[in-house]
Design a binder for this molecule. Structure first.
Ligand code: HEC
Length: 192
C-alpha cells in the first residue's frame, strides 16, 4: 500500500501534465450547449417571499374550486381537500387555530408565506402533470386552498400584488428555537 502510494506520488506531476495538456488541446467536449433565454426561464421558477418573481395573472377561491375539480386535484386529495390518498390540504378541525406545532404539514395553513403555496402548486402539482397549470389557475387554486383554511375571504382576488401581502397565521412559527444548540433536534415536540 505504502509503495503504491509512493508510486502514485512519483507519477503525479506526469499525470497532471497530461491532464492539463489534454485540457489545453480540447477546450470543448462537444456536449451540452449554452441554454437559451427560454430554457433558463423554464427552470427559473422559484418564487421568493417578496413575490417579485410572480407572473401576471389572477384568481379567486370560487374559480379555484372549479379548477380543483377540472385539473383532477380531487382524485388524489379528496373532493373537498381531504379524505383522499394524498395528504390533506385542510387544517384539521380538531387542531387549535394558531399553534404552529399543531398544524401538521398542511402547506396552505402552515407555510409562513402564501407565495410558497403558489410556488409549490406551480412546480409540483398536479402530480404527474407538473407544469401544466396556467398562472391564473395557480392563483385560483392558491386562493381556494387559502380560503378553505380560513386565511382569506372567498371574494379576495389573488394576483402578483395581493398574494405576497396575505398574512399567513404561521408567519412567525418558523423562527429558530431560542434554546436550540448544535446537535440538538430542531423540531422537538413536532410530530414528524
Ligand atoms: C396523482 C395524485 C395527485 C394529484 C392529481 C394532485 N396531487 Fe397534490 N399531492 C399529491 C401527493 C402524493 C402529495 C405529497 C407530495 C410530497 O409530499 O412529496 C401532494 C401534495 C400537495 C400539496 C402540499 C401538501 C402539503 O401540505 O404538504 C398541495 C398544496 C397540493 N398537493 C395541491 C394539489 C393541487 C392544487 C392539485 C391539482 C392541481 C393536486 N395537488 C393534484 C398527489 C396529487
Amino acid at each position: 500500500m505504502g509503495v503504491f502510494t509512493m508510486e502514485m506520488l512519483r507519477l503525479l506531476p506526469f499525470l497532471m501534465l497530461l491532464g492539463s495538456s489534454a485540457l489545453a488541446q480540447s477546450p470543448t467536449y462537444g456536449v451540452g450547449s449554452t441554454p437559451s433565454e427560454e430554457e433558463i426561464r423554464a427552470w427559473d421558477i422559484s418564487i421568493s417571499p417578496t413575490g417579485q418573481e410572480l407572473p401576471p395573472g389572477r384568481g379567486t377561491a370560487k374559480e379555484g374550486a372549479l379548477v380543483y375539480l377540472q385539473k383532477g386535484c380531487a382524485a388524489c386529495h379528496g373532493a373537498a381537500g381531504e379524505g383522499g390518498m394524498a395528504p390533506t390540504l385542510l387544517k384539521k378541525q380538531a387542531e387549535p387555530d394558531i399553534d404552529p406545532w399543531q398544524l401538521g404539514r398542511v402547506l396552505p395553513i402552515r407555510s409562513p408565506y402564501a407565495t410558497t403555496v403558489w410556488d409549490y402548486i406551480n412546480r409540483a402539482m398536479p402530480l404527474n402533470g407538473e407544469g401544466t397549470l396556467t398562472a391564473d389557475e395557480v392563483y385560483a387554486l392558491t386562493a381556494f386552498l387559502l380560503h378553505k383554511n380560513e386565511v382569506i375571504p372567498e371574494d379576495e382576488v389573488l394576483d402578483a400584488q395581493s398574494l405576497p401581502k396575505v398574512k399567513m397565521p404561521n408567519r412567525e412559527g418558523f423562527a429558530p428555537l431560542p434554546d436550540w444548540k448544535p446537535g440538538k433536534p430542531r423540531l422537538q415536540g413536532y410530530p414528524y
